[in-house]
Write a protein that binds this ligand. Structure first.
Ligand code: SAM
Ligand code: CA
Length: 219
């Protein structure tokens, strides 16, 4: 009996972990290797990763984009969920962060599926469009600088095929989006959420998983 999403306390969260998480050993090892990082909180949670992996399999994703790699957990998760010929265009600006993940991609046998581009994501996406890749991709995950989200969304919408899916992370921003914005990141997320709500180019769902995950299916 429920008219709204459940509040998940620590006990229930541990139950959810124990009863549902099926990580590859490299995923668990990469989470452990990232745990002591000062920005470890940027990593997606295992249950969000497993949900995204399920979406990737359901959609039969072969060509994916990730914007915001950090130490590579979400990239590893998406790569593991794709067939051997699948390819992930992974965009980040930090060699320092992404070099943490690369050995784990290799350990999992998916390094050949991940094409890491170290450059501002907008440059990488615009180069893809200039190279004729519009409509080429099945899936995109946006999880980088919040002020860039709207531009990433617009580029990804062009790069995706009809029926492709864009997943946008942190769209509930620890609840800050529901209150008057006190900073530029919150304002950017509020504007994007409002835009997506009225955007007839997509089918929409905003899920209270992790820090809020918006799913936008290209019509
Ligand atoms: N998806 C990752 C995971 O689950 O571990 C977390 C990504 S973290 C929240 C955001 C990342 O975006 C950082 O690694 C940062 O270097 C990257 N980033 C920030 N600005 C960027 C830009 N303009 N282009 C590409 N990446 C950027
Ligand atoms: Ca995030």
């Amino acid at each position: 009996m429920s008219r709204r999403s459940l509040q998940v306390d620590d006990l229930l969260y541990q139950y959810l972990m124990d009863q549902s998480i099926r990580e590859h050993p490299a995923q668990a090892a990469l989470r452990a290797a990232t745990a002591a990082h000062p920005h470890a909180g940027m990593q997606i949670s295992p249950e969000q990763g497993q949900f995204m992996a399920l979406l990737v399999r359901l959609l039969g994703v072969r060509r994916a984009i990730e914007i915001g790699v950090f130490t590579g957990y979400s990239a590893l998760t998406v790569a593991l969920a794709m067939p051997d010929e699948g390819r992930l265009l992974a965009c980040d600006i930090s060699d320092e962060y992404t070099r943490v993940g690369r050995p784990y991609w290799a350990d999992a046998g998916v390094a050949h599926k991940i094409d890491l581009r170290l450059a501002p994501a907008l440059e990488t996406l615009d180069a893809q469009l200039a190279g004729g890749a519009a409509g080429h991709y099945d899936f995109a995950f946006i999880d980088a600088d919040k002020s860039g989200y709207d531009a990433y969304y617009e580029r990804c919408l062009q790069l995706l095929r009809t029926g492709g899916l864009i997943a946008i992370d942190n769209t509930l921003w620890s609840g800050a989006v529901a209150r008057p914005a006190k900073d530029a990141d919150t304002a950017a997320l509020q504007q994007l959420n409002t835009k997506l709500h009225g955007d007839q180019r997509i089918d929409l769902s905003l899920l209270p998983i992790g820090d809020g995950l918006t799913l936008a299916r290209k019509r």
